[in-house]
Design a binder for this molecule. Structure first.
Ligand code: FES
Length: 181
């Protein structure tokens, strides 16, 4: 939780400012409006989310209102306006995974873990996104992808619990005596 608070406070806007100055130079107001989504993608790529300071910088740089920036940030589900958890899990809910039982995993997630609106557990350990497309690993269905690289196949509610416990254990080892709810 503390890490998320730190993430909220410690935002170095310099890299984003540099990108905006180099690549986002609208010729008129119309073009500025069109560049907002791309600029927000740059911010999310840099920080893993779009912090309020970055949204403000984008608005000022492009000469659009902050409402316009937040209008787009909340319209597109891929944008995050909260810092992500320490780990990120894509849970595939595409056709092959659905047939193989991904709904049970989704249900377990919703009932057993207190996920915030952004899909993050209350202890800030894990951010989960249920993905209605296909992760491209149907032969492992139901499948999830951890931290953008590790596939976990034949996932069920038990394996999900084990995974969360493993991540919590790693975190405890990392912080020695930190107690996690
Ligand atoms: S539908 Fe889940 S990996 Fe293809």
């Amino acid at each position: 939780m503390e890490e998320r608070e730190t993430a909220r406070r410690e935002i170095d806007l310099q890299p984003l400012r540099r990108i905006l100055e180099e690549r986002y130079r609208p010729r008129d107001h119309q073009e500025a409006q069109e560049l907002v989504v791309g600029a927000c993608q740059e911010a999310q790529h840099l920080y893993g989310w779009v912090p309020p300071q970055a949204a403000q910088l984008i608005a000022e740089h492009l000469g659009v209102t902050i409402n316009r920036v937040y209008g787009l940030l909340t319209f597109y589900a891929d944008f995050r306006t909260e810092p992500p958890g320490e780990h990120f899990l894509w849970l595939c809910h595409g056709a092959a995974c659905y047939i193989a039982g991904s709904q049970k995993v989704v249900d377990a997630l919703r009932t057993e873990y207190r996920l915030g609106e952004d899909g993050t557990t209350s202890d800030g350990l894990l951010t989960v996104h249920v993905f209605d497309g296909c992760l491209g690993a149907c032969d492992l269905a139901p499948v999830a992808q951890l931290d953008h690289h590790e596939y976990i196949g034949q996932l069920d509610a038990n394996r999900l619990r084990e995974l969360v416990e493993e991540l919590r254990a790693c975190r405890r080892v990392g912080s020695n005596d930190e107690t996690i709810e």
